[in-house]
Design a protein around this ligand. Sequence first.
Ligand code: AMP
Ligand code: MG
Length: 531
Amino acid sequence: MTNFDIMQNKMKLKINNRFSTELPADPDQTNVTRQVKNACFSYVTPQIPSNPQLIHFSEEVAAMLGISNEDAQSSEFTNVFSGKELLPGSRPYSMSYAGHQFGNWAGQLGDGRAIILAEVENKEQVYTLQLKGAGMTPYSRRADGLAVLRSSIREHLCSEAMFHLGVPTTRSLSLMLTGDQVLRDVMYDGNPAYEKGAVVCRVAPSFMRFGNFELFSSQKDLITLKAIADFTIKYHFSEIKGNTAANYVALLQAVANKTREMIVHWQRVGFVHGVMNTDNMSILGLTIDYGPYGWLEDYNPNWTPNTTDREHRRYRFGNQAEIALWNLYQLANALYPLIQEAAPLEAILEAFQSQYEEEYINMMRNKLGLSTIEEEDNQLIHILTENLQLTETDMTIFFRKLGQIKKEDSVEEAFELIKESFYKIEEVVDKTYDAWMYWFTQYLNRLQQESISDVDRKVVMDQVNPKYVLRNYMSQLAIEAAEKEDYSLIEELHLLLKNPYQEQDKYQKWFAKRPDWAREKIGSSMLSCSS
Ligand code: AMP
Ligand code: MG
C-alpha cells in the first residue's frame, strides 16, 4: 500500500471538482507568469516544501470536511496540506481574476500564491480547499508565491475567530511551516530579511471574488463572463431561477445583500479589513484575504491598520460600507454586458446606502440592548459614537460592560461601570465628562421604556458584544512566541476565540485594554502589506 492509499482510506475526502470541470481551463500548463485569456483558472502544482511541519489545525474545520483528529495528526495530512503530496485524484489550479486596487484599475491579478487543491464534498456540502503560500503560479507576477509565518498565523487565527463571532468568513483548516526561508522587506525600507515560510489551508464554499467577473468583462469575453455568472448562480445562489438577463440583476442584488450583511458585522465587532480592493471582495460576502487587517481598540472611525493606506485612509473603519458600495459599482459594471440595461443595476446600488443605514442602526440598537424601535435611537447612537471618540475608549470593553447596567442605576453608577474602557481616565473631565453624563441620562431614560428585564437584556447584549476579540497585540504575541518555536499561544488564542461571547475566567487577562507597548508597534497597531 502506498502512502496515498493509506491517506485516502483514512481521510476519506470525496473530491467533487465543479469549478475546474465546468469552467474553461487555461490550455497552457506551464508555470510561467503570463496574461491568461478566456480561462477561469490555470493548472499548477504546489511547490514542494523542504520540511513541512504542522503547527496547528482547527478541529472544527477538519470535522466539517470529515477529517478526524487522528487523521489530522498523520504525516499524510501534513504532506497534503503543505503541498508536499497531492491528494489522490486532485488536480490543483489557481484562479484568474482582475481587480481595482486602491480605486484604480489594476488589470489581471489572479491567485499569485493561492492554489486550490480540490473541491471536497462532505454531508452534502461542497468546500474548496486552498493552500496559501504554496509557491509560484502563472499569476505571481513579480512576487514569489510564498507566505511568511507571521501573516499565516494572523490568517489562521483570525478566520476562525471571525467565524465564531458570527461574521461570514473563509475558514482555516491548518497552519504549517514549510521549512523554507522567505525574504521580506517588512517596512519596504530596503532592509529585507529572511523569515520562516508557512502555508495555510483555507476553506470556503468558493473563493470567487468580484475581480473574477471584472476580468472577463475587461477582456470583452462575454462567453466566459456568462459562464462564470451562471456557475455562481447555479451553485451559490440557486434561489435565482430562470435563464434571462434578470438573473444577473438578481445576482448583483444577492451579492449586495451578502456584502452589506458582512460589513454590518465588521462594524459590530470592530474589524477593519485594511485592503478592500475588488480582488479581495468575495462574491459570497465572506471576509477573505486576511492581510493587514486590524481590530479597533480605541473607537476611531479613521483608523486603518494598513501602513500603505496611511495617507488617504481609503479603507478606514468608518469607510468600509462606502467602499463596499464602490466595489459593488465595479461588479455592476462587470455584469452590465450580460444585462445591457443600467436602470435595474442602478436601483440596487442606490438602495444600498439607506438599507445599510437601517441595518447599521438595528445592529447598534442590539449592541445597546434596545429591543424596541424609537425615533430617538438614531440620535442616541450618533451621540454615543461621538462620545466614544472624545478620548481613547476601548470599543470591546465599553460595549461589553454596558450590558451590566441596570435600568434603575444612577448616571454615576452607569458611568462607573464603563470607566475601565477609557485609556486615560484623567482625560474624562469637564466637557468630556459632561458629554458622558448627558448620554447616560438619555440611555437610562431609554432603557426605562423597555419592558425586558436587566438580566434578560444582559443575556441578549452579551450575544452581540464580544468579550474577547483578536486584538492586534494578541496575534503579535503569538507570532513572537511562534518565531521561537513556542506554539502554545496559538492554541490558547484559538481556544479562547472559539467562545468570544462567553465569560472565560481563566482567560480574563485577554479582556483588557491594549498594553502601552503595543500602541505604536509594527505588527500590533500598524501592518504593511508585506506578508
Ligand atoms: P493582496 O492585496 O495581498 O490580496 O494581493 C494582491 C495580488 O497580489 C493578488 O493577486 C495576490 O495573489 C498577489 N500576491 C500577494 N502576495 C504575493 C506573493 N508573495 N506572491 C505572489 N503573488 C502575491
Ligand atoms: Mg488578495
